[in-house]
Structures are given as C-alpha cells and as structure tokens.
Design a protein around this ligand. Structure first.
Ligand code: ASP
Ligand code: MG
Length: 241
C-alpha cells in the first residue's frame, strides 16, 4: 500500500468549513487505498497574530517561550482536522511534533531537525488510521519545544516523508504549482508539469513561494518525490524530482 505525506498550508485551513473540506479531501485519498500522513500549518494568519501578541507583552520575547507560543497554532489545526476526520467516521490520530519525537537542535525559532522517530506513526498507520502531525515544530532532547522558522511546515512534511520512506510528498496550498513566472503579474505564465530539484532550488532561492527552500534541499538529499498542488481542486500541479 502506498504512503503519501500531504502538507496543508494555513490558508487551506483558515476556518472550520475549510478544515472540513480538507478532511473530506484526505478521506478521498484514503479511499483510493493509500495510507495518509497529513502535516498541517496553523489556521490562516494565526502565527502572525501570535507573534504580534508576544511583542505586545514584550518587544524582545524570550525565544524559548516564543516557540512554546508559536507551536500552539499548529497544535490547534492538527487537533481540529483530526476531529473533523472523526466527524466523517474515519479513524484518525493527531500528534504534536514533540509527541512523535521530532528531535531538533536547540536553536529556538530556527531549529533544525536532527532525528524523527517513526515507530508510533507506523503503528497507527498499520491500524488503518490517518495520522495528522502538527508542522513547524519539534523538541530538543531536553524536551523544550522548538519551531523550525517561518514556513517550516514544509520542512516537517518532507523530513517525515523521508523518515517514513513515503512514496510521495504533496505540498497542498493555495498555489496550483510552479509557474514560469508569477501568474499574478505575468498573465501568460505557464504551470510547469515537472521540474528538477536543482531548478526548484534556484527558483526558491530567488524567492518563489511555492515551497520552503530547505524542504527542497531535504527532498533532494533523501530522494523524496514532491508534488506541489492546489488544496482546493484535483488538478495536477508540479512534480519536483
Ligand atoms: N505557521 C507557520 C508560519 O506561518 C509555519 C508554516 O506555515 O509552515 O510560518
Ligand atoms: Mg503559516
């Protein structure tokens, strides 16, 4: 049975209706006979709001506590999406990053993943469950919660796909794929069906917002096949491999 890791961005989960729509989309994938691990970002602009709150109480918030605060956004969306899956009659289980032991270094607010334990996720998948993991976070060996830097849920998804030896990692967002130019600015921009890791790295370092640069680096290193596509329709996006 093939295993797909799907990452859903914040705008795909911005309200209860969208969360329920994503739950239905995930059930559709499972019904096609696939095992699914979903990695989620925080709802809408939650992370910005949390950052803003922190700066209102202290212009220089301590980074350890900032990470505790920021990680809560993804915990909310992860729990809610799992509840929505249960509402559809599916068995699903939610995990925060620390709960699945995504171990990072101690560089708060820009931590790097060092190790991921896959045992628990594999056990739950084996039981037929959909596994939902909070993106953007992990914990140090001392069990302090860390975050991976803005946009870090992509990194969680690709690192998990590598650790689980998934067949595919889908980056689902409000962007339909990789374009030859920004379609908002250049109307003739074309969606590319497929590009290489190297080409994507060049585009991402030039500021293309489809996927986090470091996530592409990890995908290249471990040979994780990526598919960036829209969360809102079933159109094929761009394969990166
Ligand atoms: N919620 C975090 C951010 O907005 C992480 C992510 O979206 O990937 O940066
Ligand atoms: Mg976000």
């Amino acid at each position: 049975m093939s295993l797909v890791v799907q990452k859903y961005g914040g705008s795909s989960l911005s309200c209860p209706e969208r969360i329920k729509a994503i739950a239905e989309r995930i059930v559709g994938v499972k019904k096609k006979g696939k095992k699914v691990v979903a990695v989620v970002s925080a709802m809408g602009d939650t992370t910005d709001k949390l950052l803003n709150l922190a700066h209102q109480v202290n212009p220089y918030p301590p980074k350890r506590e900032l990470d505790l605060l920021l990680s809560s956004g993804e915990m909310v969306s992860c729990a809610l999406l799992t509840m929505a899956l249960h509402g559809l009659g599916e068995s699903a289980i939610a995990f925060s990053g620390p709960q699945v032991r995504i171990i990072t270094d101690e560089a708060h607010t820009r931590a790097r993943i060092q190790k991921i334990e896959t045992r628990r996720i594999l056990e739950e998948l084996k039981k037929g469950k959909i596994v939902v993991v909070a993106g953007y976070q992990g914990a140090t060996l001392k069990n302090d919660i860390t975050t991976l830097g803005r946009g870090g849920s992509d990194i969680t998804a690709v690192a998990l796909a590598a650790a689980l030896k998934a067949d595919l990692c889908e980056i689902c967002s409000d962007v339909e794929g990789v374009y030859t130019a920004d379609p908002q600015i250049v109307p003739q921009a074309r969606k590319l069906p497929r590009i290489s890791y190297e080409e994507m790295l060049e585009l991402a370092s030039g500021g293309a917002q489809v996927i986090h640069l470091r996530a592409v680096e990890i995908a290249k290193k471990y040979g994780v096949r990526l598919h960036t596509r829209s969360s809102f329709n079933q159109k094929e996006g761009t394969i990166i491999d």
